[in-house]
Design a protein around this ligand. Structure first.
Ligand SMILES: [Zn+2]
Length: 115
């Protein structure tokens, strides 16, 4: 009898986060995937597997790019979140970046009025 076992890569969809898509150059809803190496025994997966890497797929343009899961507060399992809520829940840093952008544009606006 031959025992067949080994590891195989598995792609698990974890949920959604708000992230800046390098292709769209804007904050989009990005689906998060986890690549793992899962042991299998006769091709039946055993356990959750060893983490290899994570990547995101932009839900707007389908561009794949690598992400760090640890960059996010949480990964949203629901698919019906508004982008503003998704930013607040998963990636509040982006919200703060938005605010500082607004502040900067206010500054230039004031300068403009002054001259
Ligand atoms: Zn995109």
């Amino acid at each position: 009898m031959i025992l067949i076992w080994g590891t195989k890569p598995t792609d698990q969809k974890l949920g959604f986060v708000a992230e800046i898509c390098p292709e769209c150059n804007s904050v989009n809803k990005v689906s998060v995937h986890r690549i793992g190496l899962t042991g299998h025994f006769f091709w039946v997966p055993v356990g959750r597997g060893q983490f290899v890497e994570a990547y995101g797929t932009c839900t707007s343009c389908n561009k794949k790019f690598s992400i760090e899961i640890t960059d996010y507060e949480t990964i949203d399992k629901k698919d019906n979140e508004q982008i503003e809520d998704l930013i607040r829940i998963t990636n509040p840093k982006l919200g703060h970046a938005d605010e500082s952008l607004k502040k900067n544009s206010n500054v230039s606006l004031q300068l403009g009025n002054h001259f």
